[in-house]
Design a protein around this ligand. Structure first.
Ligand SMILES: Cc1ncc(COP(=O)(O)O)c(C=O)c1O
Ligand SMILES: N[C@@H](CCCC[NH3+])C(=O)O
Length: 446
């Protein structure tokens, strides 16, 4: 496993993250355990702030769908970034973390009337309108509340990103956004300009996630600026703002070659400026929405090894005490991960094994065919690059409680999400009174 951020091997041959011995973390907090390297998370925020905000005046908003909780929202705010939320729940979390509402961008392809009302009541910075239905709905709700909704229209630029089918979003055949290609985007602009309670601030696009090909961003920027120009010539409306989404790829395993944030910024902003000059338009205020490239590499998950099943000549399955419940990405996207034996970092790989989760599901496999030192029950397995889309996509399938999360820094570990227990699992279960009375009758008749 490649050591990232503050990871190192200490003199006990244990993996250390943020100055904390992972064996001690397991002793104190149990497994599975999400470990967030605060230094790396902050460094990733700063790399964006430096390359985009300081160099180019771009606003950086962190995509909280990748990893959101009160502590993370607080750190993001301290680092000077805004926030992209995609549901009432993410918005509520940000509000409870006292995130400044004017720095929040509210996304979603099917926001409910209640979510739109909440966004207007909270006075979020921008509502990212995804479709014509939402545009009308928002206008009506804003009218009821006597508010003006500041919006950006999400467009589908028709740019194909080279990534997994389920995580690309910018192509015409997508549930997200108004397509430029078929005229829906232009209809949306004209309607937005007519509606009395809507203030159109600009346009948004997001071409996909886990992208290494920076040219795709330049291409998207060019398509969007061309649209800005067409709109200006046709309606006289000059977009003030252009949000070009997120999606920068990170290192998960050998072969992944993340591009520097600075290069990404320079290529993207270069393309926006070149097009603005070509069309003789003012350069709009640019916004970017990185998620994975901030939170992803800053997270690791610790598991305890349990049952080991060797099928001679076929495969050796090593089961851990988590799996698709805390990391559904391998099951959903065939995502690849690296791992190491955190309590025996000095040992060389000795055998090829496959790491299985504990769900009642054959597809619950975390890693296929990985070379590791010989594993024994009780060993601690660390999986890297799990900071994004792991905790945020976790689930209670098989009624497995979700893991705890600790923030580590400088030898200190703070619990930032407590481990769910069995009582949490039945917290929302309601026994109908009818059944209750039957149960009582049955009990008393025994
Ligand atoms: C609209 C939007 N913005 C930003 C992001 C963040 O993307 P990533 O985590 O790949 O940076 C996503 C997720 O793909 C998204 O859908
Ligand atoms: N959840 C996806 C990314 C989805 C992007 C959301 N727009 C992943 O884990 O890679």
């Amino acid at each position: 496993m490649r050591l990232q951020g503050t990871m190192r091997v200490n003199d006990k041959n244990h993996l250390e993250i943020g100055g904390c011995d992972t064996v001690d973390l397991v002793r104190e907090f149990g497994t599975p355990l999400y470990v967030i390297d605060e230094t790396m998370f902050r460094q990733n925020c700063r790399a964006y702030y430096r390359a985009f905000t300081e160099e180019h005046g771009v606003e950086v908003i962190y995509a909280s769908k990748t990893l959101s909780n009160l502590a993370i929202c607080t750190i993001v705010q301290q680092e000077g970034l805004g926030l992209d939320v995609v549901s009432g729940g993410e918005l509520y979390t940000a509000a409870k973390a006292r995130f400044p509402m004017e720095c929040i961008y509210f996304h979603g392809n099917n926001k409910s009337p209640e979510e739109l009302r909440l966004a207007l009541e909270y006075k979020v910075g921008r509502i990212m309108v995804d479709n014509l239905y939402e545009l009308e709905l928002l206008n009506a709700i804003a009218g009821e509340l006597g508010a003006q909704a500041k919006i950006m229209l999400r467009l589908s630029p028709g740019v194909e990103a080279h990534t997994h089918e389920y995580i690309k979003t910018g192509q015409i055949d997508s549930k997200f956004g108004l397509a430029i290609e078929n005229g829906m985007a232009m209809s949306g602009v004209k309607r937005a300009l007519e509606l009395p309670n809507i203030v159109l601030k600009g346009f948004h696009c997001h071409i996909g996630s886990q992208i290494f090909e920076l040219q795709s961003y330049a291409h998207a920027a060019e398509v969007m600026m061309t649209f800005v120009n067409v709109v200006y010539r046709e309606t006289g409306y000059a977009a003030e703002e252009l949000n070009l989404g997120g999606g920068l790829g990170i290192y998960y395993c050998q072969g992944d070659q993340p591009r520097p944030v600075k290069e990404y910024a320079d290529i993207m902003i270069g393309a926006v400026k070149a097009k603005a000059a070509e069309f003789d338009l003012p350069v709009p205020k640019v916004i970017v929405e990185p998620g994975r490239s901030i939170s992803g590499p800053a997270g690791s998950t610790l598991y305890t090894v349990g049952a080991i099943k060797d099928i001679p000549g076929i495969r050796k399955y090593v089961s851990v005490d988590g799996g698709m419940g805390d990391n559904p990405r391998p099951a959903l996207y065939q995502s690849k991960y690296e791992a190491c034996v955190a309590n025996r970092m000095n040992e060389e790989p000795a055998e090829k094994v496959s790491i299985a989760g504990k769900c009642c599901e054959s597809g619950d496999m975390l890693i296929w065919d990985i070379e590791l030192p010989q594993l024994q029950p009780g060993d601690i397995l660390a999986v890297s690059s799990t900071g994004a889309y792991n905790y945020s996509m976790s689930m209670n399938y098989n009624r497995l409680p979700r893991p705890a999360m600790v923030l580590v820094n400088n030898g200190r570990a703070d619990l930032i999400v407590r481990r769910e227990d069995y009582a949490d699992l039945i917290r929302n279960d309601v026994t109908p009174e009818r059944l209750c009375s039957t149960v009582v009758k049955l009990a008393s008749s025994r």
